[in-house]
Write a protein of this length. Structure first.
Length: 684
């Protein structure tokens, strides 16, 4: 149908951005008579270029789900009853006002799930209210996702560079099945390979992309050892970029000494990758420029010493001179936006134990390490937490050792949760609020400069009115501010005013993004070798292979490898959180199309492992760790390394986070150990 035909039929196409994961793909939504009748990928969008993943293709099932939460509700005598928004706002305001009076503002914690990554405006306005209220405690999915990657690269380079695979001549895809988790990046990698780039895939499982290049099967949890082994080979064979190292790095001599512990022969014994293959990977990577390591976002950092593993990979990029040249790790411009956050003076929870999680060289991050939340609530130390207000999260399924999070929620005086549909965590809430979807509110589709390295911005436009009494997060915080006398801190009367203010420093107006730039626009050009002008934003002004900052905080200043904690009673290695293209965490489980292709949780095991433990393909078995056990159906996977069990998270009937342990965490970032856990399996 042409634009003229649509106009005559009352249809219109709205250029917007998906918010069903962090990548914010461009989306064309066709609207007729106040209802979205079709969605498709936006052809002109630089990330997805007309593609949509299965979640995006099922977006209308999400939008028009029959189980949409449409009215505020409160729990009375164990049952839910409908209330008005006025009653909900009054109840919340009265309760948190009293808690603040009795225990201080820090006794109220605010939190966002993955929506804090998917919607930058929601994250900003939530932090705004938190600051206006006076609490330091804002926690998000950053406690387990992506922030460790940011920290490791800042500690090394002083800034946060991103991969630029589309221009690379050598690509190492390390611990990431990008076909299932990052469709735009998968396309970029394949385009680079089609143009002659070397492709190397390192993973415990032979992924679809692994079948298109060189594949090396690694034992789970040993990635840090392999990275150190590659450094050993590159340095000892003099394959590093001597001029770049001498001019732009500090700590090379100390690094040379450290890597001698990681000979290819020693690393072979740890990783299962032969010494000759380790040398082969190192040679291809060091001799083919530009080269680019593409890492899994929630994989390598969720190991016993994830931060040091990420540091080792950053140093691989550095000593080979693969930094800020096209096709390497590059700095993407970040759009200039108004800072709404109102950061409090007091540090948020968790950063006393993990100080670099909260601040590096005066650069303060707005969130606390939320994995500290259960212990603080349950012990009352260092101070009491009495209330939690959360948006778009499902801790009962998605955070490690979820039973402990549930116990903490049960102890609180007030739990308020806002979401599109009811979820398992809402069983422990006092008030639930109906959220508008991304189709029903005005926001900003921008994550590319932070996640995908594309300096592009798109307005996420309101396409239809929300059903029932669903409201946006902005409306929640605006009305709560009005009720509590904080309206001077949230003075915008609607999202149009807010977004206009938010965009002011960028030089791009909301009118631009609603008008002739409706498909979005580039807000800056990529620049390379910017360090030649100003050096690096580290204390030394150079790339810090040896980090005095880590040493000052009591950590190893050089990358190292620490093996997973072995336990003879649990002989198998467990990987949790396997990405499924049908779902983002626990979201969209009720969409019929997605449920048809992935109806239940499956534990992947190699047939050799199945035979060893007497479990057949399709048979329900039990997976156990020292923390708990779950029942789950087994699925034979020839491509998965033997001795390993791989399961997704987000399933209520087979909750992977009943197997994980909050006490097993990376010492620097506080990230949980989710990817290399000792387990055992048996028949149900």
């Amino acid at each position: 149908m042409t634009d003229e035909d649509r106009s005559s039929s009352g249809e219109k196409v709205i250029k917007t951005a998906c918010a069903l994961c962090v990548h914010s793909c461009g989306m064309d939504a066709t609207v007729r008579d106040g209802k979205i009748i079709n969605v498709k990928g936006m052809e002109e969008h630089p990330y997805n270029k007309g593609q949509l993943c299965p979640r995006g293709e099922a977006a209308l099932e999400f939008e028009y789900a029959p189980d949409r939460l449409k009215y505020p509700m409160k729990k009375a005598d164990g049952k839910w009853e409908r209330i008005s928004w006025d009653e909900a706002i009054n109840t919340i305001a009265t309760a948190i006002g009293k808690i603040k009076e009795d225990h201080g503002a820090r006794a109220v914690t605010f939190g966002l799930g993955s929506i804090g990554a998917e919607d930058i405006v929601t994250a900003a306005i939530t932090q705004r209210f938190r600051g206006a209220f006076g609490s330091p405690n804002y926690i998000s999915a950053e406690s387990i996702c992506f922030h460790s990657l940011i920290l490791s690269r800042i500690l090394t380079f002083g800034r946060f560079p991103l991969e630029e695979p589309q221009n690379a001549k050598c690509l190492i895809i390390w611990g990431s099945n990008i076909d299932d988790s990052n469709i735009g990046r998968a396309r970029m990698v394949r385009e680079a390979v089609a143009n002659g780039a070397h492709l190397i895939v390192i993973d415990p499982k032979r992924t679809p992309l692994a079948k298109e290049g060189l594949y090396f099967q690694i034992r789970p949890g040993t990635d840090g050892a392999l990275a150190m082994g590659m450094l050993n080979v590159i340095i000892n064979e003099n394959w590093y970029d001597k001029e770049f190292v001498e001019r732009w790095t500090v700590g090379f001599d100390q690094l040379v000494e450290r890597v001698q512990e990681y000979s290819a022969a020693n690393v072979e014994a740890v990783t299962g990758i032969s010494a000759s293959d380790i040398k082969r990977i190192a040679r291809i990577f060091s001799e083919t420029k530009p080269a680019c390591i593409v890492q899994g976002t929630c994989a390598l950092d969720q190991q016993a010493n994830g931060m040091q593993t990420l540091r080792a990979m950053a140093i691989l990029q550095a000593i080979t001179g693969n930094y800020e040249i096209p096709g390497s790790w590059v700095r993407c411009p970040i759009i200039r936006l108004s800072d709404l956050r109102m950061l409090p003076d007091e540090k948020p929870m968790g950063v006393e134990q993990y100080p670099l999680f909260g601040e590096i060289w005066g650069r303060t991050f707005p969130y606390g390490q939320g994995l500290s939340f259960p212990d603080i609530v349950l012990t009352g130390e260092p101070y009491p937490i009495k209330a939690f207000i959360g948006i778009g999260l499902n801790w009962a399924l998605t955070f490690p050792e979820s039973k402990k999070f549930v116990k903490a929620l049960e102890k609180l005086d007030l739990v308020v949760l806002m979401d599109v549909v009811m979820n398992e965590t809402m069983d422990y809430a006092d008030i639930v609020l109906p959220a508008a979807t991304f189709f029903e509110k005005l926001s900003l589709g921008y994550t590319y400069g932070v996640v995908d390295g594309i300096p592009y911005v798109l307005c996420r436009k309101k396409c239809v009115d929300p059903p029932g009494e669903c409201r946006s997060e902005f409306e929640l915080w605006r009305h709560l501010a009005l009720r509590m006398g904080l309206e001077n801190h949230i003075p915008w009367e609607n999202e149009t005013e807010l977004l206009s203010y938010f965009l002011e420093p960028s030089g791009i107006t909301l009118a631009d993004l609603m008008g002739d730039k409706a498909s979005g626009c580039y807000f800056a050009e990529m620049r390379y070798k910017t360090y030649e002008e100003k050096g690096f934003a580290t204390p030394s002004g150079k790339i810090e292979l040896y980090s005095k900052t880590l040493l000052e905080h009591g950590y190893d200043p050089l990358p190292n490898y620490r093996a997973p904690v072995m336990n003879p009673d649990y002989p198998l290695m467990l990987i949790t959180g396997t990405r499924l293209p049908e779902y983002t965490h626990s979201q969209m489980r009720g969409c019929p199309t997605l449920r048809k292709t992935m109806p239940e949780a499956l534990a992947e095991i190699n047939p050799v492992t199945g035979d060893q433990y007497g479990l057949k393909d399709g048979e329900v078995g039990i997976v156990e760790t020292h923390k708990g056990s779950i029942k789950i159906k087994m699925k034979y996977a020839d491509d998965l390394i033997a001795g390993t069990v791989s399961i997704p998270h987000g399933w209520a009937d087979s909750n992977a986070n009943e197997l994980t342990d909050l006490d097993q965490r990376d010492e620097i970032s506080g990230f949980p150990l989710l990817k290399a856990i000792m387990c055992r399996i048996r028949g149900a």
